[in-house]
Design a protein around this ligand. Structure first.
Ligand SMILES: NC(=O)c1ccc[n+]([C@@H]2O[C@H](COP(=O)([O-])OP(=O)(O)OC[C@H]3O[C@@H](n4cnc5c(N)ncnc54)[C@H](OP(=O)(O)O)[C@@H]3O)[C@@H](O)[C@H]2O)c1
Length: 456
């Protein structure tokens, strides 16, 4: 299919580090049509060659610029100038290629989203109901429930919900896509995926990176809005949801929404942290109280999961990068009777840096003594895959190109997750929850134990 990908924010980090590499890979693998074009939109006075030079210099990943030259065209546009959008429309309408699919991708901060989306609609670059054109938004979608609602009302004036793609790139990750298969296609898990057998769920996203160049955005958001509202709540929903009626996008989303409706937090469990040195980062307010670490305990009051704690933990500037979901199962009755160092079974759903699954079991130590040890059944997806594993953005672009929406978030998911975060943030403010400084995650684990009694 002849596809047009128009990227607003083409000089930004996301475009050079994630979007262009994903498009290059899909083109080289012939998963996108050879006639695919990328229109890189920017406010800088560039010609296409200048743009590609700029990207070569600033990109933190290696790009095959000679190859991309065949597909990328730069277009200068001021985001607040409607006439520029009309010029863009003329440019596209008069292009030598007649595009069958048009994707307008907003890789810009949330402050620009509304204005660009309105101008795309008013200039009829995308017309309401025409499913061959779509518009894609990066997270965060809004800054709280009120702003997200306002943006959404505006979007529904100009676009049909089917034309809106709200990205949560975690949903494009291999192992996240695999969660439903592991849960529902394996009798051993499906039969024990409930509060009689599961003791706790830990959802962890640790990052080594600091805020890098994202100070202006990050200082107004913090870890709660940047990570919990989107990635961690999405992971929680996939773990806690009921079996969907079908594996169609809408049925899966219906079940995720039911989880969000039953979600509550334990305010006494909340620990907020800020890494040492955060206040010295460029453009950060010297008395900023923005959290770069969050720990909290939540519950999903559905018959399946009532009473099971879901521990959510995310933070920046930690010693290791790791995204993992750990499902801890209950002890067996026999385990209590045996005088042996037995442990609970744990299922690890590993999302980053390497995707995979592992399951720890108690096993007899080979030999004549009656000893036990914990063994791991480990499956590393990347280690077994032939060739490179696709990046999340490759999968997401492919789905946008073919109009598949399962891996994009629906409005009611976003609405309910913002409601959860807004209420939590209000209660944190009212209860004067302290912000602790940290150097590493060992500090934090000790603080969590001291403040909440949770042994993490
Ligand atoms: N970077 C990531 O890894 C990542 C991951 C997930 C989500 N996101 C989301 O993706 C979006 C973009 O992130 P980013 O990291 O690419 O941001 P960024 O590096 O700051 O880039 C922002 C882009 O917006 C343009 N821009 C800023 N102000 C503008 C204005 N007033 N008029 C026209 N253009 C303007 C910039 O153009 P100039 O170069 O001309 O300033 C640049 O192209 C954000 O919503 C972010 O939360 C980013």
């Amino acid at each position: 299919m002849k596809t047009l990908i128009t990227i607003f924010g083409s000089t930004g980090d996301l475009t050079s580090r994630k979007l262009l590499p994903a498009i290059e890979k899909l083109l080289k693998d012939h998963l996108l049509d050879e006639d695919t074009k990328v229109i890189a939109i920017g406010r800088r006075d560039f010609q296409t060659d200048d743009y590609l030079d700029y990207i070569t210099k600033t990109a933190k990943t290696s790009l095959d610029i000679e190859y991309l030259k065949r597909h990328v065209e730069y277009f200068k546009l001021e985001v607040n100038e409607l006439s520029d959008y009309q010029n863009l429309k003329n440019y596209i309408d008069n292009h030598e290629i007649t595009f069958e699919r048009k994707i307008f991708y907003l890789a810009v901060g949330p402050d620009l989203l509304k204005e660009i989306a309105i101008n795309i609609g008013v200039s009829e670059l995308v017309t309401k109901g025409d499913l061959s054109s779509s518009i894609t938004f990066e997270k965060p979608f809004g800054q709280d429930l009120a702003s997200a609602k306002e943006i959404n009302q505006m979007l529904w004036r100009y676009y049909d919900e089917k034309q809106l793609y709200r990205i949560d790139h975690y949903l494009g990750k291999e192992m996240i896509q695999n969660i439903l298969t592991v849960r529902f296609a394996n009798k051993i898990f499906e039969n024990s995926w409930h509060n009689h057998a599961i003791k706790s769920v830990k959802i962890i996203a640790k990052e080594t990176e600091t805020i890098l160049s994202r100070a202006l955005y990050y200082d107004t958001a913090g870890a709660m809005k940047d990570m919990i509202q989107s990635h961690l709540l999405q992971m929680l929903a996939l773990i806690a949801m009921e079996v969907p009626k079908s594996y169609q996008s809408e049925d899966i989303k219906d079940e995720k929404v039911k989880v969000f409706k039953k979600l509550r937090y334990d305010i006494d469990s909340v620990v907020l942290g800020q890494y040492e040195g955060y206040l010295d980062e460029p453009h950060i307010n010297k008395d900023s109280k923005t959290e770069t670490f969050v720990f909290l305990k939540a519950f999903c009051d559905t018959p399946r999961f009532k009473g099971v704690p879901f521990y959510l933990l995310t933070g920046k500037a930690l010693e290791e990068k790791e995204s993992v979901i750990i499902i801890e199962f209950e002890e067996t009755p026999e385990q209590h009777k045996w005088d042996l160092p037995l442990k609970t079974n744990k299922l690890y759903i590993k999302i980053a840096p390497l995707d995979g699954i592992s399951l720890t079991l108690n096993s007899k130590v080979p030999g004549l003594r009656n000893a036990v040890e914990q063994v791991d059944l480990d499956y590393c997806i990347a280690c077994n895959a032939v060739g490179n594993m696709p990046e999340a953005y490759e999968k997401l672009f492919l789905d946008m190109a073919f109009g598949h929406k399962s891996l994009f978030t629906r409005w009611d998911e976003i609405e309910l997750s913002w409601k959860f975060i807004d209420e939590l943030r209000k209660e944190i403010k009212d209860s004067n929850t302290k912000l602790v400084q940290y150097k590493n995650h060992h500090d934090l684990y000790q603080t969590i134990k001291a403040l909440t009694g949770e042994d993490f």
